[in-house]
Design a protein. Structure first.
Length: 140
């Protein structure tokens, strides 16, 4: 059994449609515990820093605009194989390719406005968690 932590963001398209609780229920149903959570509005500089791995991609500018277009909810999730488990319940980046029952299939508006972010590796999870949360704010 590997208890792991991952980092999640409920994106502006989700908060705009008042889906925080609905998505959190899906997260908790998948045996992931929300051990830290805060709602915030990203600055452009924060969005650019968070998505720096995508800086060379054609969609980078638009993505950063989108991520600063409204409130987001940043979260730390904990559970067995949390990184892969959360990626599974999120579904594919493009909702058109996302499996039935996944968060993106049910809620995403587009490949960009796709409702949730989840870390893609334990190493990136650790980096992303410390970007947004201090140890004091994480209560496992
Ligand atoms: P995330 O990192 O948000 O969990 P992901 O790992 O499924 O998503 P990435 O390839 O890391 O996908 O892309 C990061 C984000 O950039 C996507 O979630 C989406 O919001 C946006 N994005 C990805 N590809 C495109 C695209 N072709 N056009 C517009 N936006 C895109
Ligand atoms: Mg990614």
């Amino acid at each position: 059994m590997t208890i792991q932590r991952t980092f999640s963001i409920l994106k502006p398209d989700a908060t705009r449609r008042n889906l925080t609780g609905t998505i959190n229920a899906k997260i908790e149903s998948a045996n992931l515990r929300i051990i830290a959570q805060k709602r915030l509005k990203l600055s452009l500089a924060q969005a650019q820093a968070f998505y720096t791995v995508h800086a060379e991609r054609a969609f980078f500018g638009e993505l950063c605009q989108f991520m600063t277009s409204g409130p987001v909810v940043a979260q730390v999730l904990e559970g067995e194989n949390a990184v892969a488990n959360y990626r599974d319940i999120m579904g594919a980046t493009n909702p058109a390719n996302a499996a039935e029952g996944t968060i993106r299939r049910e809620f995403a508006e587009s490949i960009e406005a796709n409702s949730v972010h989840g870390s893609d590796s334990p190493e990136n999870a650790a980096k992303e968690i410390s970007f947004f949360f201090s140890d004091l704010e994480i209560v496992g």
